[in-house]
Design a protein around this ligand. Structure first.
Ligand code: NAP
Length: 266
């Protein structure tokens, strides 16, 4: 069977490097293009601490991407750059698999339009860790019975956006899972932000600390009890099986899929 040709954008980044390693180690995939903002022309093999691969890091553009014969572009860049990258990918006829966070509901609608126009598939997932996807799904189920919920998301101190894409998606899934909304009480806030950010009726608290990778705890409250559902990514490798699954699936899609859970049989 012919290998699926894949390009990676954000190849100098923490996630981008891990994705390149995972593609190189997968027998069904072939890394044919590597891109980053500066595109300094370094050999990706050397950047990864492997032998030279003859694959130089370039600047992403419709022409440079089209020249790599890739069927899929994996994007792990920044919230500021991701929409332009997705548009470039679709204009080049290359299916985007997007892990970059900070994508809003309005952005998703725009991506949907671009995908329909391009007539190819796309996957956008705020979290590619299988355990995190299960944590979100279990939270949706728990919300049916325990309608009070708060989210604590914890990430490394280099993360730009807050709250995390995963926490916002979890809050949306909790809202969708609830049979009734929780009652509200008036509160006296002595410091602004003391109760975190609120989406729908779910409070989200963001922690940023050196030493963390990506973690989230969802706490449900009920009469005389709480239920905590927690997921921890201790290593960026935790995201790779999900990324590889999305890369292999996106070639069979003709629409945008938002959330890895929609590629799983849950
Ligand atoms: P990072 O280490 O800062 O890497 C981002 C890379 O993208 C950097 O090399 C950056 O270059 C480059 N870049 C910036 N703008 C670009 C552009 N316009 N075109 C091409 N490359 C560009 O960040 P990270 O930790 O890898 O995370 C990347 C993104 O993935 C973040 O949004 C993060 O929240 C998200 N993430 C998602 C998941 C998931 O499962 N979905 C998991 C982990 C992280 P410069 O350094 O020169 O700016």
């Amino acid at each position: 069977m012919e290998k699926i040709k894949v390009a990676v954008n954000g190849a100098y980044g923490r996630m981008g490097r891990e994705v390149c390693q995972a593609i190189l180690d997968d027998g069904d995939l072939e890394l044919t293009g590597v891109f980053d903002l500066l595109g300094r022309g370094e050999d990706i093999g050397e950047v990864l601490g492997r032998q030279k691969l003859g694959l130089l890091i370039q600047n992403l553009g419709v022409d440079t991407l089209a020249g790599r014969q890739a069927r899929v572009l994996v994007d792990f860049t920044t919230p500021m750059a991701v929409m332009e990258n997705i548009r470039t990918s679709l204009q080049a006829g290359v299916r985007p698999v997007v892990g970059t966070t900070g994508i809003t509901q309005v952005d998703l609608e725009l991506i949907n339009e671009w995908v329909e126009k391009a007539g190819i598939g796309a996957v956008v997932a705020p979290n590619f860790a299988l355990g995190a996807v299960l944590m979100m799904k279990f939270s949706q189920v728990a919300a049916r019975y325990l309608n009070q919920a708060e989210i604590i998301e914890l990430h490394h101190d280099q993360k730009i956006d807050a709250p995390s894409g995963t926490s916002i998606k979890t809050a949306e899934m909790i809202e969708a899972g609830r049979r009734q909304k929780p009652g509200r009480r008036e509160e006296l806030l002595k410091l602004a932000g003391a109760r975190g950010a609120v989406t729908g009726d779910v409070h989200i608290h963001s922690v940023r600390l050196e030493g963390l990778i990506a973690h989230q705890e969802v706490i449900f409250g009920g009469l005389g009890q709480t239920l905590s559902i927690r997921h921890d990514s201790y290593d960026r490798k935790s995201f790779m099986p999900g990324v590889i699954m999305a890369v292999k699936n996106v070639t069979n899609l003709r629409k945008m899929v938002y959330g890895l859970e929609n590629l799983l049989d849950l």
